[in-house]
Design a binder for this molecule. Structure first.
Ligand code: CDP
Ligand code: MG
Length: 697
């Protein structure tokens, strides 16, 4: 491995830039506010050691005097866990008001809220709580600080458009530019005009603070005063919290690696053999990769005594609670922790004790093609900004090292400087429904932090029209459109649920909807493929994966939700428990919006029709004479294949619809069901009218 050394960075002094003119300057250590009185001294000490602590007074002053405060600070400086506590201590939660802190990721919401509850010495769910989709751990009249995903806050706006409960809303991880964060920023800017007393804090690790400030800066008319009547400055304040990261030595691969999972595994082992103590953080792309790497490492650890000091811990969303806690606790004495993570550990979560970072250079990203109307999750190169963030994770406790599994040439010539905001590479269907439900009709004219492409917007309107969610005037239809807006799922799934009410198979479809909302109900991984495939055959239905879910769910219930039963059949117990929970929530929502709850017993034809009513746009036909099972989508003639995890893999029925696509070397359909092509015309006549001749053979 070649080694390239990066010069150390000087840490400038504390600085507060009040506005463009750069007026006020605060010096560190000027904090005179009393301590919180929560928790134990050791926690209090830990809190005071965090970089944001020096800025406590400055932050509170800026929030008091400015409508919007933008806070930029390195990961781990204490933004997420400390600032909301400062706000409580300064009285922003007095008089029945609430403070919200948003995160793009669910796992981060859970992890940081439990940390803050612990720091404050309160039970999670009492004063400090969290809400993520399908899970509300808050108490009315008691919770004053709520951690939420930005999607949840958007949903709250449907009942309370001005978010009147909240005195301060902190939009965290703004640099991620998730689609929900961008929608939220646009809406909050609107709310601010109606609620001048509302304070916004935009926090991020690397944000281009200036462009965010430009976005929140009111368009100035000549000679308009900068200060509103109540003394509040409308000009956003920018505060940069200097971190205290140590130098990280960067090592690039001399030659490109062909298998980054294997490369990551060997790099971890060679770090363990050659380097002094300190934990390792490996960045891979998703659960499949992570499980594969963990499996390889564990195999090695079992056979090679030299490596027995390694403890391997995966980290990805959907990880059960108990496993999450292990990731955050220190390694047992004399052991070295290896955390293998998605990019959630890039900025959302701070792990103490990391000294070595192994960066695959990839992450799973959403890409949408408005021409073919296909959105898929693609393993794609990260940006240089992300690579820097990842490397930075090695310098938290002492100088560290980062091993990049790509060459420097690749870094410089193939990786973009910054990532593209998600809204510019996503299907906009859900986003349009949400804005429409909030009464925002002119969506193209909406004030976006980054505008989505008009093609994608038009495509979304078309799809919504074909799903009968929008009418000819581009308004939500009644009741379908409004009902769908109430269901916090992909509109195609929501449409399937609505159709099931008419077709008399709600009970079955709610199970399918819940199963589709977890990553996978199966246990998989290298080394157990054969056994898990055989187990799957016991439940496999000729109709495909959706009906197979129903069989597994039935079996799980008959076993009285037994974990042994799951183990025996290679079914993921935690995923099944989640399915039961989500199904319960969906049932409540279905009842609330007036759907008829009914079972169709064994009539799978109606179940399939309901699925088709939602997913007709994902119809595909097997290419005649294709030796390797190639399908083409009816809409865009995209080449796709059935994913090996599907029960229809190698069965290759002529007509299928799928739930989602994943791309690796090819585009694979996940969760596939057989259909009768005539149903497509029934489900969406306007959508498939032009294709009529095609559907007949
Ligand atoms: O938001 P930011 O990246 O600036 O930092 P933070 O998440 O507030 O983290 C501040 C400190 O809290 C770090 O030292 C973390 O290690 C610690 N923390 C923790 O120990 N456990 C958590 N679940 C979250 C944070
Ligand atoms: Mg944070």
């Amino acid at each position: 491995m070649a080694q390239f050394w990066k010069p150390g960075t000087e840490k400038p002094d504390a600085q507060v830039v009040d506005d463009e003119e750069g007026g006020v300057l605060f010096l560190p250590g000027s904090n005179s506010l009393s301590s919180s009185g929560y928790g134990y001294a050791s926690i209090e000490k830990q809190r005071q050691r965090l970089p944001v602590y020096k800025y406590r007074t400055a932050i509170l002053y800026l929030v008091e005097t400015h409508a919007t405060t933008i806070i930029v600070g390195e990961t781990g400086s204490g933004k997420t866990t400390q600032i909301p506590q400062y706000l409580i201590e300064a009285g922003w939660a007095a008089g029945g008001r609430l403070i919200a802190c948003t995160q793009p990721r669910r796992l981060a919401v859970q992890a940081v809220s439990s940390r803050v509850a612990q720091e404050m010495g309160v039970k999670l769910g009492d004063q400090v709580g969290y809400t993520i989709r399908f899970e509300d751990v808050t108490k009315q009249d008691e919770t004053v600080l709520k951690f939420v995903t930005d999607g949840v806050l958007l949903r709250e706006m449907m009942n309370d458009p001005l978010l009147t409960k909240y005195s301060v809303i902190m939009v965290d991880e703004a640099h991620e530019r998730s689609i929900s964060t961008d929608i939220l920023l646009g809406l909050l800017k609107k709310i601010q005009r109606r609620r001048p007393e509302l304070r916004l804090i935009i926090a991020s690790a690397t944000i281009e603070a200036k462009s965010m400030a430009d976005f929140f800066r009111p368009r100035k008319k000549r000679r308009e005063p900068e200060t509103e009547e109540n003394g509040l400055k409308v000009e956003p304040a920018i505060l940069s919290v200097e971190g205290r990261g140590f130098n990280v030595q960067i090592n690039f691969a001399e030659e490109p690696f062909h298998d980054y999972i294997q490369a990551a595994v060997s790099t971890v082992l060679s770090i363990h053999e050659r380097e002094s103590t300190g934990d390792v953080l490996v960045f891979l792309t998703g659960q499949d990769d992570i499980d594969a790497a963990a499996h390889l490492l564990n195999e090695d650890i079992q056979t090679n005594r030299k490596h027995s000091g390694l403890v391997v811990l995966p980290l990805y969303s959907g990880l059960p609670r108990a496993d999450q806690e292990l990731v955050f606790s220190p390694a047992p004495r004399g052991k070295r922790k290896v955390v293998i993570s998605t990019n959630i550990a890039e900025t959302s979560l701070t792990l103490e004790g990391i000294v070595y970072v192994v960066d695959s250079g990839f992450s799973k990203q959403r890409f949408y093609n408005p021409v073919s109307d296909i959105e898929n999750l693609v393993v794609a190169p990260i940006s240089r900004a992300s690579a820097r963030q990842r490397a930075g994770r090695a310098g938290r406790v002492r100088p560290g090292k980062c091993y990049r599994l790509y060459t420097e040439e690749y870094f410089l010539s193939h990786m973009s400087v910054e990532g593209i905001p998600e809204i510019q590479r996503s299907n906009l269907v859900s986003c349009v429904i949400q804005l429409k439900a909030l009464g925002i009709d002119n969506i193209l004219g909406f004030d976006w932090p980054a505008s989505p492409s008009p093609e994608a917007m038009i495509r979304a309107l078309e799809v919504l029209y074909s799903l009968a969610i929008l009418d000819d005037d581009a308004k939500l239809t009644s009741p379908t459109g409004f009902q769908i807006a109430e269901i916090p799922l992909d509109p195609m799934i929501s449409k399937m649920i609505i159709a099931s009410s008419q077709l008399g198979c709600t009970e079955e479809i709610l199970t399918i909807a819940a199963a589709l909302s977890v990553q996978s109900i199966w246990i998989s991984g290298r080394g157990i493929q054969k056994e898990s495939d055989e187990a799957k055959l016991r439940f496999a239905a000729a109709e495909g994966d959706h009906v197979t879910f129903l069989n597994v769910y039935k079996g799980f219930h008959l076993s009285r939700k037994s974990s042994q039963w799951c183990h025996k059949h290679f079914v993921n117990y935690h995923a099944m428990k989640k399915v039961v929970e989500v199904r319960e929530q969906l049932k409540k929502i279905a009842q609330r919006i007036g759907l008829v709850l009914k079972s169709c017993d064994s009539d799978m034809q109606v179940v399939k029709k309901a699925v088709t009513a939602g997913f007709f746009a994902n119809a595909c036909r097997l290419e005649p004479y294709s030796p390797d099972g190639m399908y083409k989508t009816l809409r865009g003639s995209e080449e796709v294949y059935i994913h090996p995890s599907s029960v229809l893999f190698r069965v290759n029925p002529k007509w299928v619809i799928f739930n989602s696509l994943v791309s690796t070397d090819r585009k694979y359909m996940r969760n596939v069901m057989t259909i009768d092509p005539s149903w497509l015309l029934e489900a969406a006549p306007h959508f498939y009218q032009l294709q009529k001749p095609n559907l007949l053979h």
